[in-house]
Write a new protein. Structure first.
Length: 239
């Protein structure tokens, strides 16, 4: 009786061939992975440009447009005008005359009961977010919430000051945090917690936002990794 050699770890095994249906399904999913993010990005970018154009283009007198441009809708023209106008406004505000005009306008708004509070609140938000010396979210952390053994992702803000700092109990250091909701991180809870109860993370704000919006599907460690596109002609082997 001939001796049969046992199969070793380096022996080649037959790879099952993919059916036509499996190939088509793999090609279709690969096309979605490639075209999906591109299509969504183009759509959102086009929508934003069209929205800004609809705001600024009606403010421009028609006589300023060249004759060849009047019958056509040039996308992005309003965006360019908005960028130039805001940059010019910032340049004028840095001068003495510009500061006087801004101060005069704020004085008028300060005398309006309802508009006064709205303007001051919105101005503080914009100064905090867009100012180069602002104190916007720069750290991501974890707090034990909503119960023991349950941890939630938070964005660290500034330490409490003034009356809030003196009203908080104990001599511990506190910090204000924003606890965003999934999948919309623009809504959530704003709370003061003890600094020692916050676990600092090294991930960026963008990675934390992706983690929240994807409900944990996009992990920070894999956020920068390239997308692996499987070859439908070589399906995974089943054990």
């Amino acid at each position: 009786m001939p001796h049969q050699r046992e199969s070793g770890p380096f022996d080649q095994t037959a790879t099952p061939r993919a059916t036509i249906g499996q190939k088509l399904r793999g090609y279709f999913l690969t096309g979605i992975i490639v075209a999906g993010p591109l299509a969504v990005t183009v759509y959102i970018t086009t929508w934003i440009i069209g929205l800004i154009d609809s705001w600024f283009k009606p403010l421009i007198p028609s006589g300023l447009f060249p004759e060849w441009m009047v019958p056509y809708n040039v996308p992005g023209l309003g965006l360019i005008i908005a960028f130039v106008s805001l940059t010019l406004l910032g340049f004028l505000t840095a001068n003495l005359v510009g500061r006087w005009l801004i101060g005069f306008g704020e004085t008028l708004l300060g005398r309006m009961p309802v508009v006064r509070g709205l303007y001051k609140g919105v101005k503080q938000v914009f100064e905090t977010i867009f100012s180069q010396q602002g104190t916007s979210f720069r750290k991501v952390g974890l707090i034990e919430y909503p119960g023991k053994g349950l941890w939630s992702l938070v964005f660290l803000s500034t330490a409490p000051e003034g009356e809030i700092q003196s009203a908080l109990p104990g001599a511990d250091e506190y910090v204000s945090v924003f606890l965003p909701c999934t999948p919309n991180p623009t809504t959530g809870f704003f709370v003061y917690v003890k600094r020692k109860d916050v676990i600092d993370l090294t991930i960026s704000i963008d990675e934390g936002a992706k983690l929240i919006m994807s409900a944990g599907l996009i992990q920070p460690s894999a956020a920068s990794a390239p997308v692996k596109i499987s070859n439908p002609s070589n399906p995974p082997q089943q054990a």
